[in-house]
Design a protein around this ligand. Structure first.
Ligand SMILES: Cc1cc2nc3c(=O)[nH]c(=O)nc-3n(C[C@H](O)[C@H](O)[C@H](O)COP(=O)(O)O)c2cc1C
Ligand SMILES: [Fe+2]
Ligand SMILES: [Fe+2]
Length: 394
């Protein structure tokens, strides 16, 4: 892509990864991603903020070369994860005078993860500043965005926030800035769900602290830049703080169709009572979409047949994921079908200790669901609709 000028003497020098389809060998990337790195030149000093995934080192180096950068004074590591720090060893070798700046927590992590020599690193305290001459960087410690060592970097004169992974989106695009807010909203919400939601209380504190800063541009480490910061700040406030919506996430799997019949009936019963339903067939569901749906759903329902004395492994995975992501879900239950007996109910319930949910009475049918089972599903739908009404009124 080549360097992109943001302001005079400030360039995006990162890499767009159009082809990557999995992150951490886990998270689907339907739209690729980018690793954003930024070069800031002051009247006296030059700094590189973050680097790129080690698979794309050549692109970062080519960008710096094309800008004629012969020396760097500082390299800022907002985060020790390799998609941003992985090229640090190459950059430190190329620019032997550069000092690496990061939080005290990050310092040993860069040594452990990347074998960076400790004498190249200077730890910066919360709110410490570094002068580049006519420009000043301020470091804001922000632990658990989404690792313990993370920080944000603020360029005071230009009022640009470089928040690392915070506010990012996995989106490969040739647009430097957000142009299609709808598309970025979806990508950023999925990203929040997968990466930031487990640390919701920390994220809330960081959002609060950022109110003290005038921010004209947010330049995250993934996805396009926000020239209208209110767009993503408001979205984060709503994902973190708004009460959940009148929606059921219905994640299901069915081997021979019995559970599927229950799911169809149940979804209709919910919709008939004014509750929105988001269905995910766990045999093929995009777990990023499932995670994004959990951001604001009031209720999670897992639908599974019995398999080998427990729940279907795909349902177990969904339960594991929901528990790990810690959404603000208020209610949960299970529906499904069994042949002779299993402990699927106890197993799934035992997997959700992190969710602060009221568990509603599960509905399990023996084989094909019959009239009594459909009646029980209607009752469950009514109970969910009533619970949603109650908390909306509260
Ligand atoms: C591989 C396999 C393992 C099963 N293990 C159990 C079990 O341990 N306990 C049980 O009650 N039923 C078990 N069953 C029966 C199914 O739970 C039952 O057929 C159920 O109705 C299937 O629902 P479905 O049509 O939604 O897949 C098993 C079925 C299969 C195919
Ligand atoms: Fe990260
Ligand atoms: Fe990242």
């Amino acid at each position: 892509m080549g360097p992109r000028e943001i302001r005079r003497g400030i360039h995006w020098v990162g890499a767009v990864d159009w082809d990557r389809r999995l992150f951490d060998e886990l998270i689907p990337l339907p739209d690729g991603t980018s690793y954003n790195a930024y070069l800031v030149r002051g009247s006296e000093k030059t700094v590189l903020i973050d680097t790129v995934d080690p698979t794309m080192t050549d692109l970062l180096v080519a960008n710096l070369d094309s800008l004629g950068i012969k020396a760097l004074d500082y390299v800022v590591a907002n985060h020790a994860e390799q998609d941003h720090s992985g090229t640090l060893p190459d950059i430190l070798a190329k620019y032997p005078m550069a000092k690496l700046l990061c939080t005290p927590k990050c310092q040993p992590m860069l040594v452990d993860l990347l074998a960076v020599s400790p004498d190249r690193i200077a730890a910066v305290e919360d709110h410490a500043t570094v002068s580049l001459g006519d420009r000043t960087l301020e470091f804001i410690h922000a632990p658990w965005v989404h690792w313990p060592e993370t920080m944000l970097t603020y360029l005071q004169e230009e009022k640009i926030l470089f928040p690392g992974d915070f506010f990012g989106s996995h989106l490969a695009t040739s647009d430097l800035y957000v142009t299609d807010e709808g598309a970025v909203y979806e990508a950023a919400k999925r990203y929040y769900a997968e990466i930031m939601m487990p640390f919701r209380t920390n994220i809330e504190k960081h959002l609060e602290r950022l109110k003290d800063y005038l921010i004209e541009l947010i330049a995250p480490s993934h996805g396009p830049l926000y020239s209208r910061p209110g767009f993503i700040l408001d979205a984060y406030h709503s994902w973190v703080l708004d009460p959940p919506e009148n929606t059921v996430v219905l994640a299901y799997i069915s081997m021979h169709g019995s559970t599927r019949r229950m799911v169809r009936h149940f979804a209709q019963a919910l919709v008939a009572r004014g509750v929105s339903v988001k269905q995910f067939d766990l045999s093929s569901a995009d777990i990023g979409k499932l995670a994004a749906a959990l951001v604001d759903a009031a209720t999670l329902v897992l639908a599974t047949p019995a398999v080998l004395a427990g729940a279907h492994p795909k349902a177990i995975y969904a339960a594991f994921l929901a528990n790990a992501l810690r959404p603000k879900t208020r209610f949960a239950t299970i529906i499904g079908s069994y042949g002779w007996g299993s402990r699927l109910k106890e197993q799934i319930i035992g997997m959700l200790p992190n969710l602060k949910v009221e568990l509603l009475e599960p509905v399990l049918a023996k084989g094909l669901p019959g009239e009594a089972d459909f009646q029980a599903l209607d009752n469950l739908a009514a109970a969910i609709a009533a619970r949603h009404e109650e908390f909306k009124a509260a």
